[in-house]
Ligand binder design. Sequence first.
Ligand SMILES: [Fe+2]
Ligand SMILES: [Fe+2]
Length: 247
Amino acid sequence: MVAISAFPSLGMHKTAPFWSRYFAQNTERWEEFSQTFEPQRLTLNPDFIKSLQMFQLGEQSEGRCLMHLAQQYGDTHGDPEYIKAIQQFIKEEQRHAHFLKLALQNNESVVIEKDWTDTLFRKIRRLCDLEMMISVLFTAEIIAVAYYGCLAKASEHPLARSLFERICQDEAMHLKFHGEHLRKLRSQGRCITLRSGVNRLFVWLVAGMVWREHYGVLGQTFESFGEFLKRCDGQLSQAISGPIELI
Ligand SMILES: [Fe+2]
Ligand SMILES: [Fe+2]
């Protein structure tokens, strides 16, 4: 189980100013971490490198579509703090990409620039309204919490483990952040049951794809696809209605 004691309670609903503050405080925590982080001492398990290259690529995005949709939402609903929080969220994902890049480069690996699953995700995101966009990101966060939790658990090197634990904690907070906003958007929209059902199907589909591509990492913790799917599905429900359990 990954410890989350240094982080705020995940159980209560938060507002956009809370998230904006949270992201600012988390930036300070990462700055402290980076002062002691020595990537040249970090050793990755060679079996995980190909998988990690794909996740590193997924973390790297300028977030232009998301920013545009958040801007529209913030302007229409008089919620500038949401725009700010989304901006900070994008920076946080870029920070993950940066640290994973350092880890890869110091293990004689390169970062990759293209992968079909990443391209597919990016294309889907371009077609989305804000509710759909958040649903897609929300799905990615569910997978990320499970993935980095497995990676932390399976990594023998302490520095690698602490990096993956830290990212896993961030992803759990992102899940909460998007889950709350999704709930808010759905409470104002129509066809909520249908939208939630489509979201659930999408999570199952993505979980299947990720299991196939990243079995080498996920199989270290989950004995079967059924077990992994149960975890993802459970997190989908929890993130919408309550606290999140980390691996
Ligand atoms: Fe991330
Ligand atoms: Fe994330």
